[in-house]
Design a protein. Structure first.
Length: 236
C-alpha cells in the first residue's frame, strides 16, 4: 500500500529577484505566477521593508512600483501558498516577528490566546511562594537552638554565616537593575545594607531584590587577597 503524499504549506517560491524584472519581463512573471495566492516580501538593500499578501501577486507587486512604497525597495520574494485559509495570519505572523518599516499595521491573530495574563498569574504565584519561603527561613533562623554549632569553626548555627570568613568591614557589591549596591560585613559576620542588618548573604540579597528569593553566594561579590572582585561562593 503506497503512502499518502504529504503537501507542505508553501507550494512554490521565488526569492531575491530585482524589481526591474516587472518592468522588463512582466510577461514572464505573469506566466510563472499566474493568479495564485501567496505572501510577498519587499527588500531594500537586503533589509526587509514590507510584507504583504495578495490573491493576485503579479499585479500587486507591480502596483508597488508606483504607490507609496515606490523607490523604497529594490528586490522582492514570492511565496505561493496552497492553503489560502491561513494566508492572512501567515502575513501577520511574519510582520510580528520581523517588524518591517513599511508595515504600519501589525495585524491580529484571530484565535490566538494572549499569554501575557497567564504569565502574569504564574509570576505572581511564584513571587508569593518565594516570599513565603523567605519569611519561613527567617523564622527558622530565629528558632534554631543556640547549642548547635555550624561546620564553620567558631560560628554558631543561628549566627551570621560570614563569621570568620571575611575581615571586619569588608565590602560586598552588586549591580542590580542598573543600580550599584554595597554592603558591609560586620565584626560578628552579619551584613549591613543601609540601615538593615542580615545574618546571611541570601537574606541581604533578597532585601535588595524586594523580597525575591535569591542565592546570596552567587549574588554578592567581594575583593579577594589578589584584589579581584569574585563571588562569595568561592568562600565555600
Amino acid at each position: 500500500m503506497s503512502q499518502k503524499k504529504r503537501h507542505g504549506l508553501i507550494e512554490a517560491d521565488l526569492e531575491s529577484i530585482s524589481s526591474m524584472v516587472f518592468d522588463k519581463y512582466h510577461e514572464a512573471i505573469t506566466k510563472l505566477v499566474g493568479k495564485r495566492h501567496g505572501v510577498y516580501a519587499l527588500y531594500s538593500k537586503n533589509t526587509l521593508y514590507y510584507v504583504g499578501l495578495a490573491t493576485d501577486l503579479r499585479n500587486r507587486i507591480k502596483q508597488h512600483l508606483n504607490d507609496k512604497h515606490a523607490m523604497k525597495w529594490d528586490r522582492f520574494s514570492l511565496f505561493l501558498i496552497k492553503n489560502v485559509n491561513y494566508l492572512k495570519e501567515l502575513e501577520s505572523l511574519i510582520v510580528h516577528i520581523a517588524e518591517p518599516k513599511g508595515n504600519t499595521q501589525r495585524g491580529r491573530f484571530v484565535h490566538s490566546q494572549n499569554l501575557h495574563f497567564v504569565l502574569k498569574k504564574l509570576l505572581d504565584d511564584q513571587y508569593e511562594r518565594d516570599r513565603t519561603q523567605i519569611l519561613s527561613n527567617q523564622n527558622n533562623i530565629r528558632n534554631t537552638p543556640k547549642k548547635r554549632l555550624s561546620k564553620i569553626s567558631g560560628r554558631k548555627s543561628d549566627g551570621p554565616i560570614l563569621y570568620n570568613l571575611l575581615p571586619t568591614k569588608s565590602t560586598l557589591r552588586k549591580t542590580y537593575n542598573g543600580k550599584n549596591y554595597t554592603a558591609t560585613v560586620n565584626k560578628d559576620g552579619s551584613i549591613s545594607v543601609g540601615n538593615h542588618t542580615f545574618n546571611s548573604p541570601s537574606l541581604a540579597a533578597s532585601y535588595v531584590r524586594n523580597g525575591k528569593a535569591t542565592n546570596g553566594w552567587t549574588f554578592w561579590q567581594y575583593k579577594n587577597k589578589k584584589g579581584e572582585w569574585v563571588y562569595l561562593d568561592e568562600l565555600r
